[in-house]
Ligand binder design. Sequence first.
Ligand code: GLA
Length: 730
Amino acid sequence: MKKLFFLITFICVNIHISVGQPPMGPPQANQQPDIIISISTLNTDLIYKVSGRDGRLYQAYLGSKLGNISDLKLARNAEHLAYATFGTDNLFEPAIRMTHNDGNPSLELKYVSHNIEKTDNNVTVTNILMKDPVYPVEVTLHIKSYSAEDVIEQWVEIVQKEVKPVTVYNYASSMLHFDASKYWLTQFHGDWAEEMKMQENELTSGIKILDSKLGTRAHMYQTPVFFLSLNEKSDENNGELIAGTLGWSGNFQFLFEVDEKGSLRVISGINPFASEYTIQPGKPFKTPSFIFTYSNRGKGPASRNLHHWATNYGIMDGNKPRLTLLNNWETTYFSFNEPKLVGLLDDTKKMGLDLFLLDDGWFANKYPRNNDHAGLGDWQENKDKLPDGLGYLVKEADSIGVKFGIWIEPEMVNPKSELYENHPDWILKLPNRPENYFRNQLVLDLTNPKVQDFVFNIVDGMLTKYPGIAFIKWDCNRMMTNAYSVYLKDKQSHLYIDYVNNLYSVLDRLRQKYPHLSIMLCSGGGGRVDYGALRYFTEFWASDDTDPVERVYIQWGYSYFFPSFSVCNHITSWGKQSLKFRTDVAMMGKMGYDIQVNALTEKELKFSQDAIANYKRLSDIIWHGDLYRLVSPYEENRAVLMYVNSVKNKAVLFAYTLHSRFGETFNPVRLQGLDPSKTYKIQEINVSSEGMRFGPSENGKSYSGDYLMKIGLNVGSGTALTSSVFEIAE
Ligand code: GLA
């Protein structure tokens, strides 16, 4: 801390220290001293250097915290342009490329100044201003460091003061450089119901791109997250890596380029594909944030850093409790009426859940929403299904002491709707080609302020009329195809960017009025999962696939980058596993139900009620404890993970046996994150005769933390599709 203070004072009073060799050629007699700009967290340093020789900004270091920054002068490593431009001497992928209004395609950036704003003891923002010596173009790199969480956030602002507009073709949020012998990239791709499939590959010379071009539901095929391991592959506790993610709900791009010397540059930001952007004089163009953490102890600490950051800064109300709920989607689909829903309210109460969530199908009259072909956009209660309106249900819920929530998909429209009939110009579609449907629907043109007002008013109108609504599930079920905005006229290449920024501005307006309403982010499952959206949302629907075996993998994938309280897991009838197995899998995140409660046997009902009570008792540990992934389903036929609270006196462990081979035995699992000197009692919970485990149970035994972490615990059985949950308490 003292060191950090010293360093900041050092820079603030503008005493410049000189380190290292200038990037090119010997020092000149009249050379300015180098300027060091250091961004630090508890365990990480990101150091920039303004070269006294050419006035450009270089990345001098990124890695574990240095004991002495002056040691950098000994470093032999190449120095890399911090935000490489195009058109002068950069031969590789640029972070920024633009054409000036005189047609000149070059940009050069020289350091002008920097300042440091300390928000509080934990958060510091460093702003580095650079300017082109020839054109009045300014670029500011903003770097926000979160010390305790070891997280760094980077974004960029571009301002041009030329007389006419200029066009930018590349506008990265972040450019980082690495010099390692090998680079291992872990990516997470998928599709509907197949989210977050993990793949790891070595990067070879040239360019590898992870991106999306979908516009909306932008993360359906690729979630904007990655691990980059340096030199060797990393595991949970070993290896040097960064975990990176972009806070942007639209098209993103991560570009990895290994050059002829084996250096790697990582360029992260909005996908520049088909998105050249015209910047008006004096109007800043701001990129979204690239968020990353560096770890030299593997993926476990990297995930925990991101979880802590997300809890404190990244996700709406990350420190507040979440509501357990019963959802009706998988049990009724579009077919329900008032008495049926009143029955489901009673079921919510009977189970001991907080809230009933009414899903799709409750709206539209001229074209009733009885399937996904009609009604989207007409957000009035369907008079046949809900003759007494939503108000009746809200009141009924209130009278029995449960909360009420509702599904909407306000960015979309079915061609069979009054909205489509009345406002054809509010819809993204090519004027001279056939409409192209996905789930029988089209995307509204959120670049149009009238559409922004429409979306705001739909949600605001509903919440004003029924202030008892305590929860919203906000869906977004299609990507953009054949997209054209009447509103944008000749600026069609602004569509992907303006859409997302205007979605955020609508959400900003809603959040000003409803700062703490719980809102679930959904996009046909996990088609929109990123920290740009999660500033407004309290949680997200991870996948429509609720088969618990699939879920173990999907939730495992999300757990690398997103905290458990944000990942909604529902117990459904998808999958043939026992109720216990389904329950235990859902419990490792934000648990909910989407199940026919009245079809449960008495025993199953009792099991579920007890499990919900257990969950409520333990949810603070699961939501806010430190996650340790102990056995990966990618490596064994089982998955084991645990959460430990900050004072290490309570933990919860989940173990799932997925498959089993003949004769396969599973060794005890060494726990992590406990206090070796404490003695812990092991209590098995969610015990059920259904899906019984065969094997020794640790139930009721006590062990020291030292024993549990060095020798380990028998956590499951060799029987496929069995699971166990242990409460571990000092
Ligand atoms: C999407 C969501 C589902 C459900 C349906 C309703 O597919 O992911 O959970 O809400 O829409 O149409």
